[in-house]
Design a protein around this ligand. Structure first.
Ligand code: SF4
Ligand code: SF4
Ligand code: SF4
Length: 316
């Protein structure tokens, strides 16, 4: 067990024994190699299952709105901590109802990247070893540096440590807090027809399963616009037009709120490049409004504030 994981268990046990929290959101080993699963630790003995390492890829902050009325502890990497801040600024949770246990995060493993290394071979076992991931199956074994198989969102992460921390188990500085939007800029440079074709190509893969919505901490509306029938905002089919409207409306709902945790893209079974669209809006929020989501609890939600010098070119 690593020193951080040991301290994590000690601190979580203390919080539960002293009844400072009712539940702690964290991670436990999953049933597949190199996969973890969310852990809802409610009793001190639950903490014995808690882990912290590069397999902890779930965005567990998504459960916070569902735990209203409880005092919640959360094992927070940077992206989860940013959602904690968003929830506070969006009045979804009170700061006093939370204990944020900040863990050092230098990226989490990408299931898809590991599957790419394995190719057509099945991964039966896997473990972490000296900055590498070792995966193996029947008659084969591969050892790859962890940095080569991280989630894409971790490679452009601007905030690797939670912006607010009550229990500090270590921090990692982001090498590029201003972000890297080279992929978005490359699309912006294309002709409008080419951009439309790219969007249509991505939307055409969508099977409207809504796994992206379920995984996203920002999609906490009691009734989502896609499920409303009076009026019907968008058809429920996988027809291309319906899919495009769904993605445009969802992206707009996340404008100035998305923290690029990558949970939506990880959850998508169809391989839709969801981050590209969301990051376009993230880039616009930065460049047009100087807004970066989930960094300061005293920030107001971007779309509910107005400054006289806000760009208004779109107003006729
Ligand atoms: S996006 Fe950042 S904070 Fe989140 S898992 Fe990746 S490196 Fe960690
Ligand atoms: S839209 Fe995707 S990347 Fe953005 S906050 Fe939601 S799950 Fe995370
Ligand atoms: S998870 Fe993927 S396939 Fe499912 S609705 Fe979202 S984009 Fe479409």
């Amino acid at each position: 067990m690593t020193a951080v994981q040991e301290r994590l268990r000690d601190e979580c046990r203390r919080l539960l024994e002293s009844k400072e929290v009712d539940v702690i959101l964290g991670y436990q080993r999953g049933t597949l190699p190199l996969r973890s699963a969310p852990l809802f630790a409610r009793r001190p003995e639950d903490v014995e299952r808690m882990i912290w390492d590069e397999t902890c890829e779930n965005t567990v902050s998504v459960y916070i709105p569902r735990l209203r009325g409880s005092r919640v502890g959360i094992v927070a990497k940077g992206c989860d901590g940013r959602w904690v801040v968003e929830y506070i600024t969006e009045n979804q949770v009170s700061r006093s109802a939370l204990k944020v246990i900040g863990v050092p995060c230098d990226g989490v493993l990408s299931r898809r990247a590991l599957e790419k290394v394995a190719g057509l071979r099945t991964i039966y076992e896997g473990h972490l070893e000296d900055g590498h991931v070792v995966i193996q199956g029947r008659g084969w074994k591969e050892r790859v540096p962890i940095q080569e198989v991280l989630e894409p969102s971790c490679k452009t992460c601007v905030q690797k440590s939670s912006p607010i921390i009550d229990v500090d188990l270590g921090r990692v500085e982001s090498p590029n807090p201003k972000g890297d939007f080279g992929d978005v800029a490359a699309v912006e440079a294309q002709e409008v027809d080419d951009r439309w074709d790219l969007f249509a190509q991505e939307a055409s893969k969508c099977i409207r399963c809504y796994a992206c919505r379920q995984a996203c901490p920002g999609c906490y509306c009691k009734v989502c616009f896609v499920d409303r029938s009076k009026p019907t905002w968008v058809g429920g089919t996988d027809d291309l037009t319906d899919a495009m409207v769904f993605h445009i409306m969802r992206a707009m709902h996340l404008a100035g709120r998305c923290v690029d945790c990558g949970a939506c893209e990880k959850a998508c079974p169809a391989g839709v490049n969801l981050r590209l669209l969301n990051r376009k809006l993230e880039k616009d929020a930065r460049e047009l409004y100087g807004h970066v989501a989930g960094l300061r609890v005293d920030d107001k939600p971007m779309l509910s504030t107005f400054r006289p010098n806000d760009p208004g070119d779109f107003i006729m």
